[in-house]
Unconditional design. Structure first.
Ligand SMILES: *Cc1c(COP(=O)(O)O)cnc(C)c1O
Length: 361
């Protein structure tokens, strides 16, 4: 059948997510697989969030609070900003989709680093816009080249800090200068999905640029440090005039009621967040040392994952690790055909990953 679908939609390829644990276990007939592919929290969800979900279940026959009133209030207090600066989403992916929808039209351009989180490109192309990809330089975001690629058709710029998949940070002075230099009529998205894990003290935060006179959107998620990936909840911090525009196209109940309740509790659970950050930091150091001992190259990371150069075909290494019950991510589709990305797990999971790597390499 011939549907009238734009060619820029037909040419899209679906986003490929990390392989689910139960899928691997079913396919390979194993029971103790380890998933280190989607940068999830190895400690599970926050116990306070689990409790809040159990309380909220009895009201599931009601529609959620459409504006996420209490959660917005909680976040506004947390950052000392107005509720009008906050948009909640069904994951931060939802905010990215809304921004692309309202800001990009056919033929517009969006500037982003290459490689980047693959969903950015899908959303840019789905609006008929053109991704202008600026290669990383020595595995760092090349801000000066990105500035040079901004033209009359540019509407949107994507930065990820720390970057996915490298784990590298944009330094504060460099970010300050970039925000100063960009035109005032385009939108800079700073995706901070992993900002809670950053160990470098002088890290720029999108919130610092909310009143800069430039249109800066910070993206945050409960999927990583807060351990709520399955619930789908994230948010954007942005000038109120932009939030007002997004609210016009936002699905009325885009954030479900369990997610709202759990996110409030997760923000209250400072002990869980601290435990998560400490575990990731300690285990990241353990993985560094273990890779050093083996003479395997890797990139030091400010996030909860790292790139490892396996020196062989990454798709093959990925498949062979699967057979050992360890799920990682091949970086071939990101343009690093000899690298895998691995997130930090519990100590035993990291040991399993390293032992599996020993067998495979
Ligand atoms: C994981 C991740 C997200 C989070 O997406 P959610 O929709 O909030 O789960 C956003 N951006 C990047 C770069 C990520 O790696």
């Amino acid at each position: 059948m011939k549907l009238s679908v734009p060619d820029y939609i037909l040419s899209l390829k679906p986003y490929v997510a990390g392989k689910p644990l139960e899928e691997l276990e079913r396919e390979y007939g194993i029971t103790d697989a380890v998933k280190l592919a989607s940068n999830e929290n190895p400690l599970g969800p926050s116990p306070l969030a689990i409790n809040a979900i159990q309380q909220a279940v009895k009201d599931l026959h009601r529609y959620p609070n459409g504006g996420s009133y209490y959660l917005s209030e909680r976040i506004s207090n947390y950052f000392g900003i107005k509720k009008e600066n906050i948009i909640l989403g069904n994951g931060s992916d939802d905010i990215i989709a809304m921004l692309a929808r309202v800001l990009l039209q056919r033929g517009d351009e969006a500037v982003l680093p290459r490689p980047s989180f693959l969903f950015y490109e899908i959303m840019i192309r789905s609006s008929g816009a053109i991704p202008v990809e600026v290669p990383l330089k020595d595995c760092l975001t090349d801000l000066s080249s990105m500035l040079e690629r901004i033209g009359p058709k540019t509407r949107l710029i994507f930065l990820t800090n720390p970057h996915n998949p490298t784990g590298a940070l944009i330094a504060k002075p460099a970010m300050d200068e970039f925000v100063r230099e960009i035109p005032a009529d385009l939108v800079l998205i700073i995706d901070e999905a992993y900002i809670e894990f950053v160990r470098e003290p002088n890290c720029p935060r999108s919130i610092d640029y909310l009143d800069s006179g430039k249109i800066v959107v910070g993206l945050r998620t409960f999927s990583k440090a807060y351990g709520l990936a399955g619930l789908r909840i994230g948010y954007g911090l942005m000038p109120s005039f932009l939030a007002d525009i997004l609210n016009r196209i936002r699905q009325p109940f885009n954030v479900n009621s369990l997610a709202q309740a759990a996110a409030i509790a997760a923000l209250d659970d400072e002990a869980f967040l601290q435990d998560t950050i400490e575990l990731v930091s300690d285990e990241m150091n353990f993985i560094y040392t273990s890779l050093d001992d083996r003479g395997i190259e890797y990139l030091k990371s400010q996030a909860n994952f790292l790139l490892i150069r396996v020196g062989k075909d990454a798709n093959e290494v990925f498949e062979n690790l699967l057979k050992q019950g360890v799920i990682v991510r091949s970086m071939t589709s990101y343009g690093y055909p000899d690298c895998i990305r691995v997130n930090v797990g519990l100590h035993d999971e990291n040991v399993r990953m390293l032992e599996a790597l020993d067998k495979v390499l």
